[in-house]
Design a protein around this ligand. Structure first.
Ligand SMILES: Cc1cc2nc3c(=O)[nH]c(=O)nc-3n(C[C@H](O)[C@H](O)[C@H](O)COP(=O)(O)OP(=O)(O)OC[C@H]3O[C@@H](n4cnc5c(N)ncnc54)[C@H](O)[C@@H]3O)c2cc1C
Length: 441
């Protein structure tokens, strides 16, 4: 690593893991001239992915929670380059980045190559529809803010149309089907119930949000929240029942159409609006990327140091990486969670300093602080400290909701610092009194 040319660290993907890492390395290395840190992302703005179900339900405005990459890069001393990584040349140590186009299809930035000494891939995951017929054409996925916003607009329009129909003596029913009762599906179902209640108070005179907006949650496993404990699943099932969400477990979806969901048992569930939230995979272009090792979900295989198994100069973390989780059993890999990505970013910030100094790299050890599932603005359920105290502590209600929100606060603090986040929180709370409880457009 020559002293004259700073070491080039290229981070691909500015999400829950990549953006805090870029901010930390910008401060610790780039500002001191020890390395050149560059972040690449296809979008100009970052929205923390676990907020997307709130955006979809209309409780959160993605624009007001978006972070502009060029601005945060300026603040933390790293560079931002817009574009999607499309290829890798490990021999030349370059990545390919696709062209960027504006809304009218005019090219803004051409296709380019970017050089690195250390490459960190953190491109996240996308929904896995397992090739179920009809999903691509009829279901919305919650992978990006535009998808979440599209669902919200459709929900608003369907509610307004149903209200009008009912006012004219017709049927006001709107059927929302959510496929997959993992945390995303459960949280979305609860949020939709809360937001349609709020929406109905703003001039929908005929619609009864409890009875007319029907929400079905469909899960192939015998119970909801399969990766979490039975206790949490039972508590969440009760809360969903109170929110009048119809839970259908043990129902494997085999096809969806524009009107209904068909399951292996022969059931047909009506669906005016359909969300696919069953399973994730890493982007397909990662599979076999210039000889790097991937698993069946396209995740890059990495060692405990988060270096890819076949190239020590290429790191991967977050949802797009399959990182061993020896504490959970032989062959286990870490789950795709923001908590994992956040902790891995913290480790990598240290690893990069060690790498520049020629010291051995630390190994990643996941500290499981538990899992929380939000069931609306005032409620959550989950377990705390599961892996740390050797047993899970069930938490529910407002305290759990507050702890759930604290994960986002930690992400914000990593980007903006404690003082700015505190001012922002106070500002939003005060502004909340002036704004409708749900986004109405
Ligand atoms: C609705 C929803 C709710 C969730 N709730 C929770 C929760 O409560 N708790 C929890 O722990 N986890 C939750 N998750 C999971 C959590 O969002 C992910 O585990 C976490 O975001 C993973 O972080 P990441 O950095 O790996 O990927 P991401 O945060 O997804 O970031 C990936 C980044 O890579 C960029 N990118 C993609 N392709 C390219 C490319 N080709 N080139 C360059 N950049 C690219 C994307 O634009 C994005 O900025 C939720 C997920 C969803 C969808």
């Amino acid at each position: 690593m020559a002293a004259s040319t700073p070491h080039r660290i290229l981070i691909v993907g500015g999400g829950a893991g990549g953006l805090p890492l870029a901010a930390a390395l910008g401060e610790r290395l780039a500002r001191r001239g020890l390395a050149e840190v560059t972040l690449v992302d296809p979008y100009p703005t970052h929205v923390w992915k676990p907020l997307l179900h709130e955006v979809a339900a209309g409780r959160m405005d993605a624009d007001s929670h978006g972070v502009d990459y060029p601005a945060i890069a300026h603040r933390h001393g790293f560079r931002f380059r817009q574009g999607a990584m499309t290829g890798l040349d490990r021999a030349a140590r370059t990545i390919r980045v696709g062209a960027v186009f504006d809304d009218e299809g005019t090219e803004v930035l051409p296709e380019r190559s970017l050089a690195y000494d250390t490459l960190v891939i953190a491109v996240g995951s996308e929904s896995n529809d397992f090739g179920v017929p009809g999903v691509a054409a009829h279901a919305i996925k919650l992978d990006t803010p535009p998808q979440a916003e599209r669902f919200h607009r459709r929900l608003l329009a369907a509610s307004v149309r149903a209200d009008l129909r009912k006012g004219e003596g017709g049927d006001g029913t709107v059927c929302v089907a959510i496929i997959g009762a993992g945390a995303t599906g459960v949280e979305l179902a609860a949020e939709i119930r809360h937001s349609t209640r709020a929406h109905a108070t703003y001039g929908l005179d005929h619609l009864d949000p409890e009875r007319d907006i029907r929400i079905a949650l469909i899960e192939a496993a015998p119970r909801i929240l399969p990766p979490l404990s039975e206790k949490i699943a039972a508590a969440a099932t009760e809360l969903l029942a109170a929110l009048r969400v119809d839970v259908h477990t043990g129902e494997r979806v085999v096809e969806v159409t524009g009107e209904e969901v068909r399951t292996a048992s022969g059931r047909r569930l009506p669906a005016d609006l359909l969300v696919w939230a069953a399973g994730i995979k890493a982007p397909a272009w990662l599979a076999g990327l210039d000889g790097l090792e991937t698993n069946r979900a396209n995740q890059l295989l990495v060692r405990q140091t988060l270096q890819s198994t076949r190239d020590p100069d290429v790191f991967a973390f977050g949802d797009c990486a399959a990182c061993p989780w020896p504490q959970s059993g032989p062959g286990a890999i870490l789950p795709p969670r923001a908590q994992v990505a956040h902790q891995q970013a913290t480790l990598l910030a240290k690893s990069m300093r060690a790498r520049l100094a020629g010291r051995p790299l630390p190994a990643f050890r996941f500290r499981d602080y538990g899992s929380l599932v939000s069931l609306g603005e005032l409620s959550a359920v989950g377990s705390l400290m599961g892996g740390l105290i050797g047993g899970s502590l069930l938490v529910q209600g407002l305290i759990a909701r507050w702890m759930y929100a604290s994960l986002y606060k930690m992400h914000q603090v990593a980007l903006h610092g404690v003082a700015l986040v505190a001012f922002d929180t106070v500002g939003r709370t005060l502004r909340g009194g002036l704004e409708p409880r749900v986004k109405l457009h």
